[in-house]
Ligand binder design. Structure first.
Ligand code: NAD
Length: 503
């Protein structure tokens, strides 16, 4: 709902170190999901506005690339201190536009800070190898150099953390950056831009274009953009990968997920229930690493569901900005309704809707709330299983054996994260060996790698060759060069038409 007499805050672009009001004439509404009211109007960039950001980044690249590593690291250290000092402000901004609880948003910021800390180590991370006397009098060494202007396109569910997966490494490696944040919760990106400037990042090195698909299309087509990092839903990730690579760009495009948690009969049922509830309903299930399906060996399914149900009943649903709430609203009313529709389709297809979040009192209010839901007896051919629901809905699939469970997980087209709960180290190790998924938790339900590893799924959860952040992030944002060098006495020089070989 948009109150007629309220002047909405404008969310603008950030180009060449300052806020730039859009003249495109196109914009969108940013909602406050807890109240169902509009909180801001976000600019949608035109081609000319995207081009202006790219031009600023291109102009800033030569000087930034030549800036000593120690200086780039020093700026990252300062940025880390500034973000640290603004954790609360960032978390509240995220909560206002996304809806997640402030405590959860603080967790998001903390994981983002880890990525800045990783980038502070760039002098060490960019060290090459050196082979002295590879041949007589010849040394060979490799170096990694930045790509130029690179872009990041980010989803609504982590408006600070996902951009921080990308630009600290990209900038530390010497690239200049264009961020296209989600139009659903764009304000956190502007606070990060301001902190970067205060940390000493020169104007033009980091830019933001707000917008929708039109801005993304222009970035994909722009000849001066050398690489694109994307995080979002699978259909968009696939199309961005295909278009971007066709246009000659390096692309890493992370997509959607359907994460299974396998519970074996020897697992601690209380611990497994704690983990399933935390990982399914945290951030209202709007996490790409949320557990969406518990695969339970049938003999423990009833006791596990009963333990999960007890915990679900205690979850406090309410505005994320109000202390004491465990789960906030969904991002938009449209998305809430889409998530709710799976209760009907699941029942029609023969599953059992054990808990229906639509009956929660909060779901009747103005905000985009839905209570927690549990769907039992889910089968692989049901719509609720095949689709990524991306909401507070936990599905339970009953199987008879470990092999059957493994088959279910490995046959799913998504392969972002998975977890196994067991007390048997041998079976857990076998699962780690067998499972065809990019990130695996052993008694850990949300195995998001720490910043000095890299994040990425397999199959329809990632298009591209390199995972995001960590060492693979540094690889993504640089290209290798190998130098073969000698300093001979000119008197020993002669013509030799043979192919160079070791002597
Ligand atoms: P989305 O795909 O709708 O949007 C992501 C970004 O792409 C946004 O910036 C949006 O403006 C832009 N976009 C949307 N449609 C586009 C189009 N047709 N062409 C070009 N650009 C377009 O995703 P979302 O709803 O913001 O985020 C939720 C999705 O992101 C879920 O599927 C979730 O699993 C996924 N996700 C994945 C990861 C991961 O690491 N694999 C992490 C977070 C979120």
């Amino acid at each position: 709902m948009i109150a007629a007499d309220v002047e909405l805050k404008s969310v603008v672009h950030w180009i060449h170190g300052k806020s730039v009001t859009s003249v495109s004439g196109r914009s969108g509404i940013v909602w406050n999901p807890a109240t169902g009211e509009a909180s801001a109007r976000v600019a949608f960039a035109s081609d000319e506005e995207v081009d202006a950001a790219v031009a600023a980044a291109k102009a800033a690249f030569p000087e930034w690339r030549a800036t000593p590593l120690a200086r780039r690291a020093e700026i990252m250290f300062r940025f880390r201190e500034l973000v640290d000092a603004h954790r609360q402000q960032l978390a509240e901004l995220i909560s206002l536009e996304h809806g997640k609880t402030v405590a959860d948003a603080m967790g998001e910021v903390a994981r983002g800070v880890e990525n800045i800390e990783f980038a502070c180590g760039i002098p060490n991370l960019l060290k090459g190898g050196f082979s002295e006397q590879a041949s007589r009098g010849i040394d060979v060494y490799n170096i990694r150099q930045p790509l130029g202007v690179v872009a990041g396109i980010t989803p609504f569910n982590f408006p600070a953390m996902v951009p921080l997966w990308m630009f600290p490494n990209a900038l530390a490696c010497g690239n200049t950056f264009i961020l296209k944040p989600s139009e659903k919760d764009p304000s956190a990106s502007l606070l990060l831009a301001d902190l970067l400037k205060r940390a000493g990042v020169p104007d033009g090195v980091f830019n933001i274009v707000q917008g929708d698909r039109a801005a993304v299309d222009r970035l994909l087509a722009h000849p001066d953009i050398k690489a694109i990092s994307f995080v979002g839903s699978t259909p968009v990730a696939r199309s961005i990968y295909e278009t971007g690579t066709r246009n000659g760009k390096r692309v890493q495009a992370l997509g959607g997920a359907k994460n299974h948690m396998l519970v074996l009969p020897d697992a601690d049922i209380g611990m497994a229930a704690d983990a399933a509830v935390s990982a399914a309903f945290g951030s209202a299930g709007e996490r790409c690493m949320a557990i969406s399906v518990v695969v339970a060996i049938d003999s423990v399914a009833d006791s596990l569901i009963s333990a999960i149900g007890e915990r679900m009943a205690k979850i406090k649903v309410g505005p994320g900005l109000e202390a004491g709430n465990d789960m906030g609203p969904l991002i938009t009313g449209e998305h809430r309704d889409r998530v709710a529709s799976y209760m009907d389709s699941a029942a029609e297809e023969g599953a059992t809707v054990t808990f229906d979040g639509r009956t929660h009192p909060a779901a009747a209010g103005k905000g985009f709330f839905l209570g927690t839901s549990l769907i039992d007896n889910v089968k692989t051919d049901m719509k609720c299983y095949k689709d990524e629901i991306f909401g507070p809905v936990l599905e339970v699939m009953r199987v008879n054996t470990y092999q059957e469970a493994l088959g279910v997980i490995n046959n799913n087209p998504f392969a972002n994260g998975t977890a196994i709960f067991t007390r048997d180290g041998g079976v857990a190790r076998q699962f780690q060996f067998d499972v065809e998924v990019g990130m695996v938790g052993i008694n850990v339900p949300i195995p998001v790698p720490v910043s000095y590893y890299s994040f990425g799924g397999w199959k329809a959860s990632l298009f591209g060759d390199l995972h995001m952040y960590g060492p693979e992030g540094v690889q993504f944002y640089t290209r290798g060069k190998v130098v073969t060098s000698r300093w001979p006495d000119p008197a020993t020089s002669s013509v030799n038409l043979g192919f160079p070989q070791n002597r």
